[in-house]
Design a protein around this ligand. Structure first.
Ligand SMILES: *Cc1c(COP(=O)(O)O)cnc(C)c1O
Length: 453
């Protein structure tokens, strides 16, 4: 029962507490200093400087304790100062911090790959490569798929998010802020419609119809460019930055069939949804679909940078020796952190993700009826979102999402927004957050939504 052990080891008081206004005077001063030294290219959700964090709490330098509904964007699932992670990391860094796996080897790299081969969806022989960031995992999956197929093109979807690097920003759907002024974009990245149940681009009045029409448009898009020019199609099992969109049922299965038909490598980007976030180890398990390649990152090492590409052995081994790698790829400190995550990510943690969903739905779903601005409460496990739009017209209301987030921040609840129109509030609490703290944060959010309505 990991959950109880982890909870027992949390030392930060798990209650919300406001000592000053948010941000407090010390944070405000540090933020002014930051602006003198840090590029203006980095935005910030909440200009609060952190002193310590664990469980569901972030404590700032002004002595405020804020409820963490972000987990550093779905990263610190087991708590931001998880003891087992801290111990393994400390012990490793005492022995050696780095050798570069391409220069001399260490066993933790192999062990992380073995675990991923055994636990990612797909009952076939697998191999794994480790890298540092999510974007790097996506890029390496494309390198592998191109190498294995000898084809150039990559199919991606509306509302997709795959990163900020030169290739992945082109794979990401949202223009501002991810692509704006950063072009040109590679023409090998081709976009198709996703099966968005609330806003289906190609119409359809039932989920089955939406799936059917979306899949038909995917086939059209492939045919336009020649299906046999595509190395890979890349899809998130639940779209993250795009708005926590759970594709209409059957869409992923349909993509699996299309990929098989045309010899296209299906890459499932589980970087945000994977490692227990949705109540299953990998979100594609909900649909019973396995990618030829599955990507892990974010929660993989609970805050130490580590990402992974896991796939069919014949694909992963199609690359020439020396073709993959990186100075920090699968760094030993990060591998130890991942092994500590694997030790603790048991059924009790997955069950808590499911329990989080129950509580969130219990508190927020009544707002669908009680207000005229909540269009949908959606997601799975501890990956849940509320879309704000005018009832009837479905006109997106990013202004309300912004004002609700600001109201939550002022009351000590860290809330993120997302979505193509910026009108979605998303909840990504640590998987180990306690029930009372979760309810306190949700009451603040529900109150802010009612005020906005
Ligand atoms: C965050 C994210 C990425 C990019 O990961 P980085 O570590 O920020 O490069 C890619 N895909 C998905 C689905 C993500 O959520």
């Amino acid at each position: 029962m990991s959950l109880q052990n982890i909870a027992r080891e949390i030392t930060i008081d798990q209650t919300r507490h406001l000592e000053t206004s948010i941000p407090g005077p010390k944070s405000t001063q540090r933020h002014a200093e930051r602006e003198q030294h840090v590029t203006a290219g980095f935005g910030v959700t909440l200009p609060v400087f952190v002193e310590a964090a664990d469980g569901g709490i972030i404590q700032d330098i002004d002595g405020n304790r804020l409820i963490d509904f972000a987990s550093g964007i779905a990263v610190t699932s087991l708590g931001a100062s998880n003891k087992r992670v801290a111990q393994r990391v400390a012990a490793q860094i005492e022995k050696f911090s780095h050798t570069c796996f391409m220069v001399t080897e260490y066993d933790s790299f192999t062990k992380v790959c073995k675990w991923l081969n055994e636990h990612t969806p797909g009952d076939f022989d697998k191999r794994t490569g480790l890298f540092s960031t999510g974007a790097e995992a996506v890029e390496n999956a494309i390198k592998i798929a191109r190498s294995a197929t000898g084809r150039p093109n990559v199919l991606v979807f509306d509302e997709a998010y795959h990163g900020r690097s030169l290739l992945t920003m082109a794979m990401t759907a949202k223009e501002n802020p991810y692509q704006l002024n950063f072009g040109p974009m590679p023409r090998e990245v081709v976009r198709a419609a996703s099966a968005n149940p609330l806003r289906p681009v190609y119409g359809g009045s039932t989920p089955a119809e939406i799936t059917e029409k979306s899949l038909a448009s995917v086939r059209d898009t492939l045919a336009t460019h020649g299906a046999d020019t595509f190395a890979a199609m890349v899809i998130e099992p639940i779209q993250g930055e795009g708005g926590f969109i759970v594709p209409a049922p059957g869409f992923l299965t349909g993509l699996r069939e299309i990929a098989d038909e045309h010899g296209i490598v299906l890459v499932i980007d589980e970087i945000q949804a994977g490692l227990g976030r949705t109540g299953k180890l990998y979100a594609s398990e909900w649909e019973g679909v396995a990618g030829d390649i599955t990507l892990s990152a974010k929660a993989l090492a609970n805050g130490v940078p580590l990402s992974a590409v896991t796939g069919r052995a014949e694909l992963m081994n199609a690359v020439h020796s020396g073709g993959l790698g990186g100075t920090y790829a699968g760094n030993p400190v990060a591998c130890e952190a991942a092994l500590a995550v694997f030790e603790q990510l048991d059924q009790s943690v997955l069950d808590n993700a499911a329990k989080i969903e129950q509580t969130v739905r219990e508190v927020l779903e009544p707002l669908l009826e009680e207000t005229n601005i909540v269009a949908q409460v959606r997601g799975r496990g501890a990956m849940l979102a509320i879309e704000l739009a005018d009832k009837g017209t479905l006109e997106p209301r990013p202004d309300l999402a912004r004002s609700i987030a600001l109201a939550c921040h002022a009351q000590g609840v860290i809330i993120l927004t997302c979505g193509t129109y910026g009108n979605v509030i998303r909840l990504l609490p640590p998987l180990i957050i306690g029930e009372e703290l979760l309810r306190d944060g949700l009451q603040v959010l529900a109150g802010a939504i009612k005020d906005a309505a």
